[in-house]
Ligand binder design. Structure first.
Ligand code: MTE
Length: 318
């Protein structure tokens, strides 16, 4: 990212998480009250355990993990963040997003679809499709984590909207609310933050719309209430606090590409053989580790995603 940060999180920056909803409680609650599932996520007192375990437990099915991968501690996942709407230092989001209001929350799904709709968060939080998945996460700044997400496949959401035959791309937009998001009052990026995918990428089974992490409600600094997770791409494609998903026939403009087109391409697939103009992408620093690791093609997800890019020059389409 153009702006450098030397800020490392300290223990005083950790946001206390007062709500703990375990998966069974969530599922039972969601099943019992249907569309009111979000109420459980938001904290219906009778449905949530008051106390929380000392250290949140990583839950979920491992996807593409390497033998020496283990989940990055909760503390790092929730205090070492990029979320420029809340500041450019890694510790800023956990400090500045504490009072960010994420309910009620509407997501508009529109564009080249047969069924455009405004969804309330709970509309698509159907318990049968909410999954826990542990993914590798590689930031373009050459650091990485392993994160246990909770979410729904993006493909389900798109299928529901019924894209028409002209739809080729998907554009995502973050909330524009400079009153709540101080970063949006600065010129550090073109706001609102936008991202884009080709339709087939958005339909890849790995693409997740996350609503939680470590079995808990997504903390604000991690992109509450709804953010994208694309483990084979650099982290900046995983747009946070999404309010709109629009199907289009043209390649969407994206925030980082507009800010620095020579540094941040549309595809942004993790690729150790194509360096960032200002640093190497061949290795990465796993948060919490001293020695660098080798970066893997598509961040270790080649088997699941490489066929989408067959015949493409990935040096040109970086
Ligand atoms: N989404 C928005 N709206 N604003 C941002 O600044 N930062 C991106 C991405 N999504 C960002 C965003 C970057 S650079 C990364 S690495 C990931 O979010 C970080 O996600 P995390 O804080 O959950 O690790």
């Amino acid at each position: 990212m153009p702006i450098r940060s030397n800020h490392e999180p300290t223990s005083s920056e950790i946001t206390p998480e007062t709500l703990y909803v375990d998966r069974r409680t969530f599922l039972a609650a969601a099943g019992a009250i249907g569309a009111g599932a979000v109420a459980a996520l938001g904290g219906m007192p009778s449905l949530v355990a008051a106390q929380q375990p000392q250290e949140p437990q990583a839950v979920g099915k491992p996807y593409g993990l390497q033998p020496d991968d283990k989940p990055t501690p909760w503390e790092d996942v929730t205090t070492y963040n990029n979320f420029y709407e809340f500041g450019t230092d890694k510790g800023d989001p956990s400090q500045n997003a504490k009072n960010f209001k994420t309910r009620p929350w509407t997501v508009r799904v529109d564009g080249l679809v047969n069924k455009p709709a405004d969804y309330q968060l709970e509309d698509f939080l159907k318990p049968s499709v909410v999954e826990d998945r542990i993914y590798r996460h590689r930031c373009v700044e050459a650091w990485s984590m392993v994160i246990p997400w909770r979410g729904i496949p993006l493909a389900d959401m798109i299928r529901r909207a019924e894209p028409n035959s002209k739809a080729k791309f998907v554009e995502f937009t973050t909330l524009m609310d400079p009153k709540q998001m101080p970063g949006e009052r600065s010129g550090v990026l073109p706001w609102p933050y936008t991202e884009g995918l080709r339709l087939d990428e958005a339909q890849n089974p790995l693409a997740l719309l996350a609503v939680g992490v470590y079995g808990r409600v997504l903390p604000n600094q991690n992109g509450a209430p709804l953010r994208l997770v694309l483990p084979w791409k650099y982290g900046f494609k995983s747009i946070k606090s999404i309010v709109r998903i629009r199907l289009t026939d043209a390649m969407p403009k994206t925030a980082w590409n507009q800010a620095a087109a020579n540094e941040y391409g549309f595809y942004s697939n993790v690729n150790p053989t194509v360096d960032h103009p200002r640093w190497s992408q061949a290795t990465e620093r796993r948060i919490g580790e001293f020695f660098k690791r080798k970066t893997l093609m598509f961040n270790g997800y080649a088997e699941q995603v490489a066929s989408m890019y067959t015949g493409m020059d990935l040096r040109k389409n970086f």
